[in-house]
Design a protein around this ligand. Sequence first.
Ligand SMILES: [Fe+2]
Ligand SMILES: [Fe+2]
Length: 299
Amino acid sequence: MTEREQSFLEYVQSGGQVEATDWMPDDYRAKLIKFIEMHGNSELMGVLPEREWILRAPTLQRKLALTAKVQDEVGHSQLIYRVVEDLGKPREQCLDDLISGKAKFHNVFHYPTKTWGDVGVIAWLVDAAAIISQKALLKCSYAPYARIMKKICWEESFHILHGRDVVLTLMNGTDAQRELVQEAVDRWWGPLMQFHGNPIAKDEDPMYVWRIKSQGNEEARQQFLDGYVPQIWELGLTVPDADLRKNDDGVWEYTEPDWDELRSVVTGHGPKSQDRLDLRRKARESSAWVRQVVLAEAA
Ligand SMILES: [Fe+2]
Ligand SMILES: [Fe+2]
């Protein structure tokens, strides 16, 4: 590392923030692009499991709320891709890498949404897991990313309320409705526990070292468990892990998540990975003429 890079590292580690026009080490820029691009991809791919339920939502209110959530998530991906673009990678290239399978998106968006119970569990618990990571990005050393996270976090908290309301309504309904939620929690628990990644030590995580993230993977998972397991239990739901408990020192113990499954899913081998990428590919092909017309207009 050169002297200039070393002093940059010290600057970000002591809480300093960087703007798009500031000098930054190539490694830092590359790490930012990779991390932020995956976030943008996840927002974009994350709408696919939910959009499947817009036409099947049980009431007009639910349909409106779900449509609004889906629009929010697409908006998040727009904002995030703009940040990546300023760092030097055009959005078109991000989309090319996404549909070719070169770039990744979060594990939870590679699974099917089988029932309306899934819609509630995704908006409540998947968004909860996501907001824990996103809140930690409010202190990101790259200021433009930290700034857009304010708007994103505000909207994500609203998604959680929507999800919680769907779940509460089902839990106050019939036995069949309660079973729908329990069955969804059982299926989503594994992916949720894998969501924050393997418990790599903070100081060995380059994203933490550069202060792109301000918390380690395990810290995020513990925060998720602490915030949501009591709420899950309070509703009379169970979690499919007999070893899950909070120790006297406040640390949650749990069965080791399936890291092989995580690796295979995020590399495009999840149950819905290829279907969803195909859909994105087709959408991109069928809308190509719109981009051509708009860009020709602009030129
Ligand atoms: Fe989002
Ligand atoms: Fe969300």
